[in-house]
Design a protein around this ligand. Structure first.
Ligand code: PXL
Length: 276
């Protein structure tokens, strides 16, 4: 008897080390939806649980996962999938110096060829300077281990020490962050830079490329940064080049922002199905 079922093809696998954002717009939920949408078997190891507070202007309530439990998740995941099956990881919100040290140890285990860092310094609604010790630990311990880093406007200023007023400033910051980290950089202007386009700058030490797409509104959408870095991660897991991954991710996020989901929270959420 012949079967009509297609020969199964093993999917690429990718891990996100990230926080849960309860409303499903950002964090691990956005990462897993992005992985799935791009045909990658997704794994999430949770670092914290964020629940916005509707009684307090939707500010963040932050609950870290116990360090032992974070280490156990990473042990389970790296043991289940060796470096041949799982060599690509995305780092999202870590949230504390202790978690940064736990994740640093796991990265130093050497399993991951692709380490995509979304340097979440503060989230929408948080004040800059909120968590200086965490920011400093991220720069000192995780940034040097990254192979790809995706700072937004604020994070690019913080990581580079440069002020960014326009695309030329974004280019200078991307070059500086590459020099500091050795990683490929996609510095995101988003809605923060003036003009009709949302402009990002890619730099990997050789190629400098401006990625532009028409802005969809003037308000930042929740999950855009997470989904962009997750899409880069998925594409790298499938074997794309860093620049190819950046281009695909930009198109994926632009479609997802166009198909955004609104709620009672003050920001819309990106819909990963927007590119279908
Ligand atoms: O968008 C950054 C982000 C990442 N991860 C988690 C978050 C947020 C923002 O709210 O809650 C868990």
């Amino acid at each position: 008897m012949t079967s009509l079922a297609a020969q199964p093809v093993a999917p690429a696998i990718a891990l996100t080390i990230a926080g849960s954002e309860a409303t499903g717009g950002a964090g691990a939920q956005a990462d897993l939806k992005t992985f799935q949408e791009l045909g990658v078997f997704g794994i999430a190891n949770l670092t914290c649980i964020v629940s916005f507070d509707p009684q307090d202007n939707w500010n963040h309530r932050f609950m870290p996962v116990d360090q032992k439990v974070i280490a156990e998740q990473l042990e389970a995941t790296t043991s289940a999938y060796g470096a041949e099956a799982l060599d690509t990881v995305k780092i999202g919100m870590l949230g504390s110096p202790a978690t940064i040290s736990t994740v640093e140890s796991a990265l130093k285990g050497g399993q991951f060829a692709n380490v995509v860092l979304d340097p979440v310094l503060i989230c929408k609604g948080q004040e800059p300077g909120h968590a200086l010790d965490t920011d400093q630990a991220l720069k000192a311990q995780i940034l040097p281990l990254a192979t790809f880093v995706t700072p937004n406007h604020f994070e690019a200023e913080s990581l580079s020490g440069l002020e960014i007023a326009d695309v030329e400033g974004l280019k200078a910051a991307a070059i500086r962050i590459h020099e500091l980290s050795g990683a490929a950089v996609l510095a995101k202007g988003g809605v923060r830079l003036e003009g009709l386009d949302a402009v990002d700058v890619y730099y990997d030490g050789e190629t400098l490329e401006v990625l532009a797409a028409p802005k969809v509104g003037e308000v930042a959408v929740s999950g855009a940064g997470c989904s962009l870095a997750a899409a880069i991660t998925a594409e790298l897991a499938k074997g794309a080049s860093p620049l190819g991954a950046a281009r695909t991710a930009k198109a994926f996020v632009t479609a997802g922002i166009t198909a955004r989901v609104s709620s009672n929270a003050p920001f819309d959420a990106l819909w990963q199905g927007g590119a279908r």
